[in-house]
Design a protein around this ligand. Structure first.
Ligand SMILES: [Zn+2]
Length: 68
């Protein structure tokens, strides 16, 4: 069985997860996208999410917990 490829790429700058066909991050405009990431966190309400505050996510969306 071939390894399944991830459906998303992560932005190295803000850690947002973007479609793997995307060429730039819709959150910060960075083109530094990578498939080398681990863990997904979904932020719905960053104002009231302690995790989002700790990790520094200020907009709702999908983010990678770790980007290498
Ligand atoms: Zn970004």
């Amino acid at each position: 069985m071939p390894a399944r490829r991830k459906p998303f790429k992560a932005c190295r700058k803000c850690r947002a997860l973007v479609d793997k066909n995307a060429t730039e991050c819709p959150h910060c405009g960075s083109r530094d996208l990578t498939e080398d990431w681990e863990g997904i966190i979904i932020v719905i309400d960053p104002e009231n999410s302690e995790i989002a505050k700790i990790l520094g996510f200020t907009k709702p969306g999908r983010y990678a917990i770790k980007v290498t």
